[in-house]
Design a protein around this ligand. Structure first.
Ligand code: GRF
Length: 206
């Protein structure tokens, strides 16, 4: 499966995918890394391996719509058949979702629908989990729909929170989990074992 990875930050999730590919644990190829942030370190992670990268900064375009049309053009010409949002802090417009039906996935650092949706991204998620005194949190991989963090859930896994855990400890526990969950979801899709039925997902046995 050919992956286009969209990111805005450090790209440790991208790195986890690249590592799994290198270890032969993931039958995939990253054909494009795109960011809406010039200088996102995730771009560097790909550049070092000769993976094509592209930047689509909002301010470089007359409108968000035109930025997104350029992004779609790049996705199409990359030949990607799965778009992976790995810390991409941008809204994917409907016309891109329609171009890739059930072919865009996102990883979110909580057990959706808890602490998901607009306003909950990055550290804000873990701060919310901490403030609520939750005893478990986790990560979710889901298909992207027009509702932020609202698409059919592919995989979720929980992790325990100790009283001593601060926000950064929670963030680190979840990130470690994400680095396993995202490649696992991509592998399931690559094996054709993921079926969307309504707003639910069935994972077929091997
Ligand atoms: C991850 O926590 C991911 O769940 C969220 O943004 C963060 C990206 O981290 N969407 P990285 O850039 O992959 O290190």
């Amino acid at each position: 499966v050919k992956l286009a990875v969209l990111l805005s930050g450090g790209g440790t999730n991208l790195q986890a995918v690249l590592d799994q590919i290198d270890q032969g644990a993931l039958s995939a190829e990253v054909v494009l890394i795109a960011s809406n942030k010039e200088g996102a370190y995730g771009l560097t992670r790909g550049g070092q391996r000769g993976i094509p990268t592209a930047v689509f900064q909002r301010q470089s375009f007359p409108s968000k719509d035109q930025r997104d049309r350029e992004l779609l053009r790049a996705l199409k010409s990359s030949g990607a058949d799965l778009v992976v949002l790995a810390g991409y802090l941008g809204q994917i417009p409907g016309f891109i979702i329609e171009a890739y039906p059930n072919q865009i996935i996102n990883i979110h650092p909580s057990l959706l629908p808890c602490f998901g949706g607009k306003g909950y991204y990055g550290e804000k998620v873990h701060q919310g989990v901490y403030n609520r005194g939750m005893k478990v949190t986790g990560a979710t991989v889901h298909f992207v729909s027009e509702e932020t963090d609202g698409g059919p859930i592919i995989l979720q896994e929980a992790v325990g929170i100790d009283f001593e855990d601060g926000v950064s400890d929670i963030q680190q526990k979840v990130l470690t989990l994400e680095h396993r969950l995202l490649p696992e979801a991509i592998e399931l899709i690559a094996e054709g074992r993921v079926e969307v039925i309504g707003n639910r997902v069935k994972i077929r046995e091997r």
